[in-house]
Design a protein around this ligand. Sequence first.
Ligand code: HEM
Ligand SMILES: *[C@@H]1O[C@H](CO)[C@@H](O)[C@H](O)[C@H]1NC(C)=O
Ligand SMILES: *[C@@H]1O[C@H](CO)[C@@H](O)[C@H](O)[C@H]1NC(C)=O
Ligand SMILES: *[C@@H]1O[C@H](CO)[C@@H](O)[C@H](O)[C@H]1NC(C)=O
Ligand SMILES: *[C@@H]1O[C@H](CO)[C@@H](O)[C@H](O)[C@H]1NC(C)=O
Ligand SMILES: *[C@@H]1O[C@H](CO)[C@@H](O)[C@H](O)[C@H]1NC(C)=O
Length: 369
Amino acid sequence: MVAFSSLFVFSLAGSAVAFPTYQSLAGMSERDLEDLIPTLPVGFLKPPPGPLAFNGTKLVNDPAHPYKKPGPFDIRGPCPGLNTLANHGYLPRSGVATPQEIITAVMEGFNMENRIAVFVTYAAFIVDGNPITNLMSIGGKTIRTGIDPPKPAIVGGLNTHSVFEGDTSMTRGDFHHGDNHSLNMTLWAQFVDYSNTYGGGFYDLPAANELRNQRIAQSLATNPEFDFTSPRFFTAYAESVFPINFFRDGRIADGKLDMAAAEEFFLHERFPKNFHRKPVPGGTEGFNYLAQRSNIQPGRNNGTVNSYVPDPTSANFSTPCLLYNNFVLRTIKGLYPNPKGLLRYALDTALDNFYAGFGNPNCPQVFPW
Ligand code: HEM
Ligand SMILES: *[C@@H]1O[C@H](CO)[C@@H](O)[C@H](O)[C@H]1NC(C)=O
Ligand SMILES: *[C@@H]1O[C@H](CO)[C@@H](O)[C@H](O)[C@H]1NC(C)=O
Ligand SMILES: *[C@@H]1O[C@H](CO)[C@@H](O)[C@H](O)[C@H]1NC(C)=O
Ligand SMILES: *[C@@H]1O[C@H](CO)[C@@H](O)[C@H](O)[C@H]1NC(C)=O
Ligand SMILES: *[C@@H]1O[C@H](CO)[C@@H](O)[C@H](O)[C@H]1NC(C)=O
């Protein structure tokens, strides 16, 4: 790291902001830290937004949120939901956002339930975002999230493989095959094909189940590095029900997503005309339907295709506390083995938010440091 003076000044979103360097903070006293924190223009002390005041369906593709194609410097990534929100200005169109902005946007635009939104957003933010500037890229790595904390922290944005993004996505290729974040037209055609074959032309739970198992079979057979351990073991099933829960117009109650709407979201990353969000807050409906039909244990291919070895140390559907524990004690601690000063303070705050979003009273909070 370059030796900065005790304050390093850089320009963020047009305004000059001063941050102490991480090095200068190591060894800072609690007292100094308390004096310093109120002077910082950073957002991590802001609590996550609470539930929506009005939580019913409403028109969200409205005149205040017009679709605009992303510009050449706007960042998009592996999540069709967040990309759509950025293309409509529910998120900053730049694709660089705070966790608070992401939580508000997924609630406003899609009626994602507050605790689910807090949980998913902070899980991603802690591993892929910058804890000090409180900014995260919804795609690739960028200097626009500020100066990185020391390695092994990555602060790579949502494209970063293995900490949150993972293998066996419905419409994105595996990391091993190169592009892990943009829509793959072959996989998109398979999504449509499975919806036609198993959902009578719609993406519904039976189609989601068949497609999930097909994508797992493809990764097993073609990706020697296929990794299907926690948290990916969980997020893969959750993301499989998101299109049914969120991309369906809130005025339609039949549990099926038609291909015209699916195409708007996956191919164009925009709301269909007159799109209304979900009628009640939620997001994980149907997860248990898929989990009960899952025929694979968490594990990974062992360096060659079709060499899958279950990993009993990974969380599975019967061990939800282990999902949370592994994420904090392995994934997060792996990126931040021994944070100090302000960085530690920021991470602790984010970890508290993450635990609050997890909200499982049977799982005690764990602390990595
Ligand atoms: C709450 C904050 C959210 C974050 C941080 C997030 C992040 C991500 C990431 C990183 C992926 C890539 C997974 C992978 O390929 O390994 C993903 C996939 C996905 N996300 Fe999101 N997401 C969020 C909310 C949403 C919402 C609200 C929706 C729907 C409206 C959504 C829909 C999807 C879908 C359908 C996929 C699967 C894409 C595929 O498998 O082809 N997400 N998300
Ligand atoms: C939605 O709003 C109603 C009315 O304020 C409230 O009673 C209900 O608990 C809310 N639902 C959720 C899941 O937040
Ligand atoms: C994701 O895919 C791109 C290639 O499209 C690659 O450059 C990048 O390194 C991959 N993974 C990560 C770590 O972002
Ligand atoms: C899309 O996915 C298919 C099937 O996995 C693969 O053969 C192809 O190379 C991918 N295309 C791109 C552009 O990544
Ligand atoms: C994984 O592969 C290595 C090297 O090929 C081999 O020695 C080991 O036995 C394999 N592990 C399992 C559990 O199959
Ligand atoms: C889940 O993992 C635990 C060990 O962590 C194991 O005892 C249990 O058998 C696994 N559950 C299933 C359904 O295999």
